[in-house]
Design a protein around this ligand. Structure first.
Ligand code: ATP
Ligand code: MG
Length: 407
């Protein structure tokens, strides 16, 4: 049996990037031989094993054929006769289809190294079209390597377009899609992920609510970039520049969905877009079975981001309602993420990227003021049950009033 390093590890070493996880391919071996060497099988009918010590993935060289719709519709053929070249040809991109032996001898039948130098994301073979997830993977790699100058090869983009039009994207499971989306959002240039999906027609299939934002104008006084889609991309870019977590990035992507619903005669104003967008945010959240923390923050940011921008104008009672909506007394971190998303929204505008956002400290101060109300003295005064709740609320309002006057 011969063992090779494949995929990302080879690619990233050639790019001079740190290699985190290593994938291996094993040529000329049977399942029985792997088990005899102590490898642990990953699944019952999947020719992938975990190394007994390192835990890294070792896959038997295999060919695969599409036998139906979706990912379930694949049959794998792994046998000791399958060659390295046959295994590599079923991979997505040429830069991911290189292998390396333990002497660092490169096997590169599909010219991955040439495409690395040309900074091109190019599919290996027409079999690319057999797994629609590859559309998202290519967009994700584009987001990761845009900084290095990589773009999607025109013929690959064309294939992605055909795949998007074929209806195959609908067959992706929410879990597979979300895994790619969430990883893409955490890349250096997440806005490139959205741009590439849009360029190949996948965005209107996966997230028509985001696609609908392109071509929708906003008032130039607040939004020099005017276009709502452009604004959304800028906000996402700011979120990456400021190293925001996934929750914030997801909320940034969805915060203005309501603007896609504004009747044209109301343009460029978007009255009540915050509220109107909620059902769209909910739909996208559910479509990809998004984790709860991301779902919740996206909905809260959608509903309240304008409150964030107007923080200084909010009445103490409105401030208190805002803090309560975030359950800030038990979940201070979520309110911090809200503030971050608002700040990214404010900076995600052409020419305003470096503006200050005094609302952030003002909102933090308000949360601190409301939180400083001590419950113990109220208990000692004999309040309990609903009356205690009322008394706490009254004290918090008083504290917010004092805070607002002082600020
Ligand atoms: P990362 O740095 O994100 O881990 P990677 O290239 O190692 O990048 P993996 O998802 O770990 O990506 O997959 C390892 C290799 O398996 C890829 O480089 C590619 O050759 C192949 N591969 C993975 N998923 C697919 C797919 N859906 N279609 C085709 N090839 C794939
Ligand atoms: Mg990998």
């Amino acid at each position: 049996m011969r063992i090779y390093k494949v995929g990302g590890a080879v690619r990233d070493r050639l790019l001079g990037k740190p290699v985190t996880d290593i994938d291996w391919v094993v040529v000329g071996a049977t399942t029985e031989e792997m088990l005899a060497k102590g490898f642990r099988p990953v699944g019952a009918d999947f020719p992938v094993f975990l190394h007994p010590k390192s835990g890294e993935e070792y896959a038997l060289a295999r060919t695969e054929r599409k036998s139906g719709r979706g990912y379930g519709g694949f049959t794998f053929h792994a046998s000791p006769e399958v060659t390295l070249e046959e295994d590599l040809i079923r991979r997505d991109l040429t830069i991911n289809a290189m292998a390396e032996d333990d002497q660092q001898n490169l096997t590169d039948p599909y010219h991955g190294q040439r495409d690395l130098e040309a900074r091109l994301l190019r599919h290996v073979s027409p079999a690319f079209a057999e797994d629609p997830l590859r559309v998202l993977r290519v967009a994700r790699f584009a987001a990761r390597y845009a900084t290095l100058g990589f773009t999607v090869a025109p013929e690959t983009l064309e294939l992605m377009r055909q795949l998007s039009e074929s209806g195959e994207l609908e067959a992706l499971t929410p879990e597979r899609s979300w895994k790619e989306i969430s990883r893409a959002l955490m890349e250096d240039q997440p806005q490139v992920f959205v741009e590439v999906l849009r360029a190949c027609g996948a965005l209107k299939v996966l997230m028509p609510e985001v696609e609908a934002l392109f071509g929708v104008p906003q008032p130039p006084a607040h939004h020099p970039e005017i276009d709502t889609g452009t604004h959304t991309l800028c906000v996402l870019q700011q979120a990456a520049i400021h190293k925001q977590p996934l929750t914030v990035r997801w909320a940034c992507l969805l915060h203005d969905l309501g603007k896609g619903l504004t009747p044209e005669q109301e343009w460029p104003r978007h009255i009540a877009h915050e509220f109107k967008g909620l059902k769209l945010i909910k739909a996208v959240n559910e479509r990809f079975k998004v984790p709860r923390d991301c779902q919740e923050l996206a909905l809260l940011v959608g509903e309240y981001h304008t409150h964030g921008h107007r923080a200084h104008e909010l009445k103490p009672s409105t401030l208190l309602e805002l803090l309560q909506s975030f359950d800030v007394f038990r979940r201070p971190q979520r309110f911090e993420e809200f503030i971050a998303a608002c700040e990214m929204d404010a900076r995600g505008r052409k020419g305003l990227e470096e503006r200050s956002y005094p609302q952030a400290d003002y909102l933090r101060g308000a949360a601190t003021a409301a939180r400083s109300v001590a419950v113990q003295p109220l208990l000692e005064q004999g309040f309990k049950g609903p009356e205690l709740g009322e008394a706490i609320k009254r004290e918090r309002l008083r504290a917010l009033k004092a805070y607002k006057e002082k600020a």
